[in-house]
Ligand binder design. Sequence first.
Ligand code: 8YV
Length: 335
Amino acid sequence: MSTTDSRPRILVTRAIFPEVAQRLSEHFDVESNTADDDWSRGELLHRLQDKTGALTFGLERIDADLLARCPHLKICANMTVGYNNFDLDAMRVAGVLGTNAPDVLTETTADFGFALLMATARRVTESEHFLRAGKWTRWQYEMFSGAEVHGSRLGIIGMGRIGQAIARRAAFGFGMQVVYHNRSRLDATLEADCRASYLSKEELLKTADHVMLVVPYSKESHHTIAAAELALMKSTATLINIARGGIVDDGALAAALREKRIAAAGLDVFEGEPRVHPDLLTVPNVVLTPHIASATPGTRRAMAMLAVDNLIGYLIDGRAVTPLNADGLVARAAA
Ligand code: 8YV
């Protein structure tokens, strides 16, 4: 018998840093999607059915059907903080642990939220396209004038770790007045630390100059911003979504942008991505980026390493680092 026969088998569903793959292979028998192909659901199921664990990327739907067909599976470790690809109830019932990768991406993602806010409010990409198209022939006093960022009011919807990091940048770096809405209100110390005050969603939308979405995706947060909410916003306001596709009704947003019912939007995430609502591609007052808020090498490596820590922690040492559904979980028996 080979020495590796008893090692847990891990599937890595996308390409990943070589050093991350190397570390995994020191502990596990690893099958990797090194070609970074877009596996169909059938292909994922086929490759996962004999695996003990998976390093996932927030894209693979882990539900009751998949769990039933992968009887050896004990853990799915997302290298993302978001975990709306997990049906945690089904995973609990099946005795399969889900883990995510929080904290390590907080500051990088908050930086990007701010980059998107600045680019959107100050019309950076729109004016660059104008210049590249050779349309800049003379200076004009109103050319590409945008919205003020410093000193304005920022409304943050979703005040978790990333929301708080954005609030600190806004309050301390840009002298902004920060208001927020969240399922539960922060305690007074944390509010003071972020210099942020709590508002109802409606009051926030009516009064903010810039609205930033950092809320996790769930059935409840689906279309947090749709036509009715857009109608509450100031006509001069900007909307930034770095949370998840589906938090915004992209079709309704495109219409609001086209009719200048709000001034501009910055979107890093899209409903049904990597497809982008075609109407968004034809309006000029929107900045579009391909889900890159956490994309720096250091941060993405740290996210992947945390997923590996979770796989090693759970399958070798018996305890994951950042479990999502460990409470009361009756782990699957060895198959
Ligand atoms: C990921 C993210 O890079 O961590 C998350 O939840 O949204 C990003 O940082 C992205 O989800 C990869 O698919």
